[in-house]
Every structure is written in C-alpha cells, then in structure tokens.
Design a protein around this ligand. Structure first.
Ligand code: DGY
Length: 324
C-alpha cells in the first residue's frame, strides 16, 4: 500500500515492538543473528522513511545519505546511542529516539548479580561442581570477598548508577560516586557521597561503571586509574567496553594489581574467544545482557516502535535523544 512507509529494522527485536511496526509499515527486517554488515546496511537503507537500529550499527552521515531525503527518523533499540552521529542527524533535522528509563532496574540488578558472582566466586564454584571435583565441605573452599559492608564506587550517577546506589543501601555498603554532572544533594538522595575519581578509585572495594561513552569518558579507566585502585578491589562494567583500556586491565589483572573484573561489555564486542581475560578465574565476561530480561526488552521494543511511528508521522518522538 502506498501510504505504508518503508522502514528498515536492523535485527529481530521482540514481537511487542515488531508487531506495532508491521501493523503500520512495510518493514524490511534483517533476520540474521549477527549485525547487518555496513555495506549491506547502506544498500538496504536506501529510500526508507525510518529505521530501527541497534548499538552494533554505525549510523553515520553515509548511512543518512544512503537513506536519502525521505529519512524521517532514526530509532535506537537501546538507551546508549554512541553508535549514532547524533549531531549529523540534528544538522539534517532527523530526530533520533532511544529507550531511556525502562532498562534502569534490570541493568542495576545485573550489576549486583555480577558483583556478587565475581566476589563470591560463583562461576568458579559452579564449574568445580560440574567437573565432579566436589568431594566434601571445605573449611577454606572458594573463600571470597563480602559485599555487605564494603565500599562501592559508582562512576556515573545517572539513572542506572542511582539504581545501583539504592540497592547498595540494602547491603549496608558505603557508597561513593563520581559524576561531574551531579549535585551533592542528588547524590545524597540515593545515599551516595560525591568524591573525585581519584578518591573513589583509592577507596572503593568495588568500582562500578555507569557513565555514557563520550569523548571525555572513553578510556577513563586506563593504566593510571587501575594503578590507583586498591589491590583487593573489583571492577564491574555494565556500561560500555570503551570506558576501559582493556589491554591495561588485562595487565593489571595479570600483575594482580586488582582482585578481579566482571564485564558485561567489552572492547570490541564480541570479545575474541582467545582473549586472555577469558582464561582468568577472577574475570567474568558476559555477552552484553545486563538489560536482557524479557519484560525490559519487550518495553524497549515498544519504545523503539513508538519513536519510529511518531517520527514517520512527523510528530515529536516520545523519547528523543538529548545530546548534552
Ligand atoms: C543500552 O541500552 O544502551 C544497553 O547497553 C543495551 O541494552
């Protein structure tokens, strides 16, 4: 039908969103489990009115050129949008949408799951039992680090950082936070004390990253930052892999400068199966699934669809990206 706009969806998102898109649009959906190759994206985007994209898709000026003047909206199925040239889209008057808020609690839950798993050596214990090595209760078997009473350092006190701080209260943790955009009152509201990054790294038993990826935050956890951490500290990352200099982290772990790391995100993604991090018992690497509860991904899909449909009609997006 002529009045059904053509759109590109660069991956199978949950039906909760896809059904809405299919109901109103002629949707070209990339069905492969891997990201759409950039060249293919350039071809398939030609002439579309809108697109739903993923964090693994580079959406730059060339993609917008390839889409042509009919491109009315770019809708990201994620809260983070560092893969999109938002300034370029703004220059062209193309609104960009994303999915803030709905994944906050799931991501904070996962941050705690990872923190507890690495500190209490859960994956090692599971592996040991599965391998048939469990013979008896052991007085010193898999001793780990307590979460309760420890000092948590939150880097980036945005939505997810705050939700993590709220959970930390239940574990009687002392919470420090570094966030240049946050006020002391805002931090105090979630039981956190604002400190400098240096102070946080020096004092925290767990350093958890929740900052967006920007030119200022890229590589912020470098060799120097890792050297500033306590030798018994753990690094948790559910934000973006590029916040950490991964080679420096590998070295810090090899040199036992820090106790361990739990990473839901890596640089690059996916991490190579031969990456030395994967051979370390004191490292957990997950495949970027912190927001992956059924309910949350369904809500993200609905939000992505609603942003897309609003943009196609020339209406304000319910959840526009604010590039500040
Ligand atoms: C996001 O939304 O930015 C997460 O990294 C993936 O859910």
């Amino acid at each position: 039908m002529a009045d059904r706009p053509r759109v590109l969806v660069t991956r199978m998102i949950p039906d909760a969103g896809l059904d809405r898109i299919r109901a109103h649009c002629d949707a070209d959906i990339w069905l492969n489990a891997r990201p759409i190759p950039y060249d293919t994206l350039l071809r398939r985007v030609e002439g579309v009115g809108g697109m739903v994209c993923m964090l693994a898709d580079r959406i730059d000026a060339a993609v917008m050129d390839a889409a042509g003047p009919g491109l009315k909206v770019i809708s990201q199925y994620a809260v983070g949008f560092d893969n999109i040239d938002v300034a370029e889209a703004a220059r062209r008057g193309i609104p960009v949408g994303h999915t803030p808020g709905v994944l906050t609690e799931s991501t904070a839950d996962m941050t705690f799951a990872m923190m507890m798993a690495i500190a209490r050596r859960v994956p090692e214990g599971i592996e040991y039992v599965r391998a048939g090595k469990w013979r008896t209760w052991g007085p010193t078997l898999f001793m780990g680090r307590d979460i309760h009473g420890a000092t948590l350092g939150i880097v980036g006190l945005g939505r997810v950082g705050k939700a993590v701080a709220e959970r930390a209260a239940g574990f009687k943790m002392r919470v420090l936070a570094y966030d240049p955009t946050c006020t002391e009152e805002e931090a105090a509201g979630v039981g956190a004390a604002l400190v400098s990054l240096e102070e946080l790294l020096r004092a925290a038993d767990f350093v958890s990253l929740h900052a967006p990826l920007t030119s200022e935050t890229r590589g912020m956890i470098d060799a120097e930052a890792l050297a500033a951490m306590k030798p018994g500290a753990y690094l948790i990352n559910t934000a973006r892999g590029q916040l950490i200099d991964q080679a420096a982290l590998t070295q810090a772990l090899q040199n036992k400068q820090i106790a361990g790391a739990a990473l839901d995100v890596t640089d690059p993604e996916p991490v190579s199966a031969r990456d030395p991090l994967l051979a370390m018992n004191n490292v957990i690497v997950l495949p970027h699934i912190a927001s992956a509860s059924v309910a949350t991904r369904d809500r993200m899909a609905v939000m992505a669809a609603e942003n897309l449909l609003a943009g196609l009609k020339g209406k304000a997006l319910p959840n526009p990206v604010r590039d500040d």
